[in-house]
Structure formats: structure tokens, C-alpha cells
Design a protein around this ligand. Structure first.
Ligand SMILES: [Zn+2]
Ligand SMILES: [Zn+2]
Length: 465
């Protein structure tokens, strides 16, 4: 068989790994979008590097757009086969891909207007109808139940603890007299995360495709984050009567913060301050998290006994309506506001930052990954002047960063995840989903652990197994 890498190769986004069998069958693992502020992302998303019509099966590790975001385009361009994922991933894809289509359409409108409608007009990568079409091709699987795709390909999804529904993909492929066990880890989550169960072991593999996002870093423990959030609220909202503004990804990070605030509230530690979650996507994502509340970790089950809704409590209001969101601009502090997008490059958070950055009473609390050039990234880097919608603003508010809330395993956690394997049986390990410097550091670490053949593929590289 042949493995080729068409995204997340020496970079983080755009995950697409293609397995081509000797009988010409093709299995695609993930169909993610390249994300980023560079111009390259747009052109990279236009070409797959393979023919969508020749793909027989797509298996999806999780609903994040850097893994799922080009599925509607894959279907639009001719892929007709089944898309295997967990049920929660399917539910999340329904909202994430629809949101992505709306962003595509809005971006195209904006760029065409900026280009004064010069032809050729910029087309969105796909629209809502394409999303509806691709959703019909999903086939949902349970964790830990092997599924025979046909008489020679079997798939097993195991929980990797990254986000709701996320899975490692374990394939058993028979070709002539040979059986190959191939595992693609997807994005690996944390041990002892706020909401999710720990990643579970996966069956012995001959070939592993492993993520490496934080292959050079150790995270602080999650409990630190809760204490820091509480300290920030007391300093800003109680002492200064200011506003705490939290840019957060709608799926995952928003629910983690809300859950932590709920816990602090139940323990009697949270002051009586109003909290707003302002993001339609976060409202939808939270509803899906509620639907799967019983599959979350023991800590959540414990909390549900005294507070049936882990994502709802007094003082907390979810905002969907645009006018209610705009009304927050004129509202006096103190209050806490969680809004998307996480990197503050798009979405309602930009308006909220524009209205709060210049007042030194306020605090901008940054809790997620942000590219250096993004608005959140520039704030993390300590820039004292930023431009939002053409307005030059002085950053007088306090900017605070919490690094312990990552949804990705650090290097010790990845090694712990891989420790279920007999390393001597792993013939090849491919590192994907990481920046090159990080990957080279992690490769050394894995060599030290005993992995023999570690490969860092570049985009469109092919390997015969
Ligand atoms: Zn992810
Ligand atoms: Zn990812």
C-alpha cells in the first residue's frame, strides 16, 4: 500500500492522509481545511492533490474544521462514498460545516466588494447546499466496535480525548497474504481534562500516523486555569468594576470555561457577576455537548447530581440575537463575556474588543491558541496599539494569558498515549500536524523512547509500505 500526505504535513492545519491499496481502493483519513491568515491557505484549499472521484471511503477523526472543513468540497468535486465517524462527530459537523459555509460565502462577498467586483469573481469553496449534500453520506460508528467496511478493510474508532466525539482511527487492512494494522491518532487530547474522559489505549499497530502539535512543550495542570480565571474575575469585576472579555473557540473552549465557572459557582467562590456567552455557534455547540453530557468524564457526572445542566446556571445568559449582542457594547461593567472567534480575527468578539480595549478597568483574558499575526496573537505579544475595523486603538486594558487550557496533549501526554504499544512492533511512525521545529524536537524524543523509524513527511510526499 501507499500512504500520501496532502495536508498537516510540516504544518498544523489541512489534515488529509490518503491510503492507496494495491487493488486501487483509496481510503482518505480526514478532509481538513488549511486555516490561517496567509494567502497560501486559500490556494491550498482549492486543490486536493488527488482526485476526489477516485476516493472510496473517508474516515473522519473529529469535527474540527482543520480535519473536516473540506468535506463539502470533496463531495461537490465528485466523492460519492461513505463518511465514517462517531455519532457526536456527525452532530458537531452539522453545525461546524454550516458555519464554515456561511464564513466562505461572507468572505467571498467581502473580497469581491474589496476588488470592486472585478472578474473573475471569487467563489466560496462551497455553500450550504453542498454541506447538506455531504451530511447525507455520513455513517455513524460507536467507539470500540470494529466495523467491516468490506471483506478486507476493518475500522475501529477509539476515544482519543481531544474533543467530544474525537477518535483515533485504527485500520486492519488485508492485501493478498499480508495484514497491516495502521493507526492514525487524530488530535490527541489531555489526561484529566475539564470535561472529557482520558484518551483510551488503541490496538497494536505496525504503522502509526501521529500528531505532534505540542511535541516540544509541557502544559500546566488544568486546576491552575480555574484559579487564574477566578483571580482575574475578582481583580477586574469586583475590585475595578470592569469587564472580563474572553475570546474563545465556540466548540470546546467555551464549554470548558462555562463549566469551570459553574463549578466555582457551586463551590460558592464565584462573585455574583453576570456572565454572557455571545456566539450563535457556541449556543449550538453547547446544546450538542448537553446531549452527550452522560459521555463526559466522572467530574461532570458528579456535578450533574447537584446541577443537572453542566453548562447553565444563574447569572449565565447565552446570546444568539445580534441586537442583544450589540446591546452589550453600551452595558456598564462589571460582567464577564465569552465570545468567538478564539483568535479574535472574526466574529462578534472583534466588536466587543473594540469597545473594551481602551479602558484600563477591563481585562482581556486569552485562553487559547492564537497565531502571532491574529488580533489575539498581537495582544498576547504585548502590542500596545491594534487596529480593529480601521480604528487605531490603544491597549489600556490588562491582557492576561492562560496557557494551561490546551485541547492537545503535550509531549509527555503523547508519549503516554503511545505507551500502550509494543514499540519494537511499530515499523514506521509518521509525524503530522505540527510545525517543523517542534516535529524535529519531538522526533529526537521519540527516538530516545525507542521508536526506530520516524518520518516527518512534507506535503504530497508518498511512501510505499
Ligand atoms: Zn482538533
Ligand atoms: Zn487539528
Amino acid at each position: 500500500m501507499k500512504i500520501s500526505f496532502h495536508g498537516a504535513a510540516k504544518t498544523v492545519t489541512g489534515s488529509k492522509h490518503l491510503i492507496s491499496l494495491s487493488n486501487n481502493e483509496e481510503i482518505l483519513l480526514d478532509c481538513g481545511m488549511f486555516q490561517g491568515l496567509d494567502l497560501d491557505s486559500r490556494s491550498l484549499n482549492k486543490v486536493f492533490g488527488f482526485d476526489p472521484k477516485s476516493i472510496d471511503y473517508l474516515i473522519l477523526s473529529h469535527a474540527h474544521i482543520d480535519h473536516s472543513g473540506l468535506i463539502p468540497k470533496l463531495v461537490k468535486d465528485g466523492f460519492k462514498g461513505p463518511i465514517y465517524s462517531t455519532t457526536a462527530t456527525f452532530d458537531l459537523c452539522t453545525i461546524m460545516l454550516m458555519d464554515s459555509a456561511m464564513i466562505q460565502e461572507a468572505d467571498a462577498r467581502f473580497l469581491n466588494k474589496k476588488n470592486e467586483f472585478k472578474t473573475p469573481l471569487i467563489e466560496p469553496l462551497y455553500d450550504k447546499e453542498d454541506v447538506d449534500n455531504c451530511l447525507k453520506q455520513f455513517v455513524c460508528l460507536n467507539y470500540n466496535q470494529a466495523f467491516k467496511i468490506n471483506d478486507h478493510i476493518e475500522v475501529l474508532l477509539t476515544d482519543n480525548g481531544h474533543i467530544l466525539g474525537s477518535a483515533s482511527i485504527n485500520l486492519k487492512i488485508k492485501e493478498k497474504n499480508k495484514t497491516t494494522h495502521l493507526t492514525y491518532t487524530g488530535d490527541i487530547g489531555r489526561y484529566k481534562s475539564a470535561l472529557l474522559k482520558d484518551p483510551t489505549p488503541f490496538p497494536q499497530a505496525d504503522i502509526i500516523i501521529c500528531e505532534s502539535t505540542y511535541g516540544d512543550r509541557l502544559h500546566e495542570k488544568y486546576e491552575h486555569a480555574e484559579q487564574e480565571i477566578l483571580n482575574t474575575i475578582i481583580e477586574t469585576c469586583v475590585n475595578k468594576k470592569g469587564k472580563v472579555i474572553i475570546p474563545a473557540f465556540s466548540l470546546g473552549r467555551t464549554q470548558e470555561i462555562v463549566y469551570s465557572l459553574n463549578k466555582l459557582n457551586l463551590y460558592g467562590l464565584l462573585p455574583d457577576i453576570k456572565i454572557f456567552v455571545d456566539s450563535p455557534l457556541a449556543v449550538n455547540a453547547t446544546n450538542i455537548m448537553r446531549k452527550y453530557a452522560l459521555s463526559l468524564n466522572d467530574d461532570v457526572q458528579q456535578l450533574i447530581k447537584s446541577s443537572p445542566d453542566p453548562f447553565g446556571f444563574d447569572y449565565l445568559t447565552y446570546i444568539n440575537d445580534k441586537r442583544e449582542s450589540q446591546a452589550l457594547n453600551n452595558k456598564e461593567g462589571p460582567f464577564i463575556l465569552i465570545s468567538s472567534a478564539g483568535m479574535a480575527e472574526a466574529g462578534r468578539i472583534k466588536h466587543h474588543l473594540m469597545n473594551t480595549l481602551e479602558d484600563k478597568k477591563n481585562c482581556i483574558l486569552l485562553v487559547g491558541f492564537a497565531e502571532g499575526k491574529s488580533l489575539a496573537g498581537r495582544l498576547i505579544n504585548g502590542e500596545k496599539k491594534v487596529n480593529i475595523y480601521g480604528n487605531e486603538l490603544d491597549v489600556n486594558a490588562t491582557v492576561k494569558v492562560i496557557n494551561s487550557l490546551s485541547a492537545h496533549a503535550d509531549y509527555e501526554e503523547i508519549i503516554r498515549y503511545l505507551s500502550c504499544q509494543d514499540i519494537s512492533k511499530v515499523l514506521e511512525l509518521f509525524l503530522v500536524h505540527g510545525d517543523p521545529d517542534v516535529q524535529f524536537a519531538f522526533k529526537k524524543r521519540l527516538k530516545y523512547e525507542g521508536f526506530k523509524k520516524i518520518i516527518i513527511p512534507s506535503i504530497n510526499d508518498q511512501f510505499y509500505i
